[in-house]
Design a protein. Sequence first.
Length: 136
Amino acid sequence: MASRLNPYIMFAGDARQALEFYQQVFGGTLDVNTYAAFGQKDSPLADKIMHGMLETPSGFTLMGADNPTDDHRPGNNIAVSLSGDDEAELRGYWEKLSDGATVSVPLEKQMWGDVFGMCTDRFGTTWMVNIAGQDG
């Protein structure tokens, strides 16, 4: 899988509706996973979207999720996602992006099985790096 770069939008509890709307606008295949699907069945977020991805016939990719915190303000709800399975390439991007950044999630193995990290770079841009299928 080639590495990809795309927007990742956090929603205030209406990610499913928003992603379905974007699917109507752009077409394509929408895949959504709830918090319950990743082991949080008793959580108030159980039916909310932990991760959704829309891939369109035009080659657009849009990802999104319901924000698990109450810190949702339009304008701070978009991140740039880097994802793929080339561990060396993606770790290299992470090392450079996280230099001087505020790291909110260290790049390490997550409950869904991938290696993931999130940081806000020195310019205020939030980056999410996901390395598929790694042992971390």
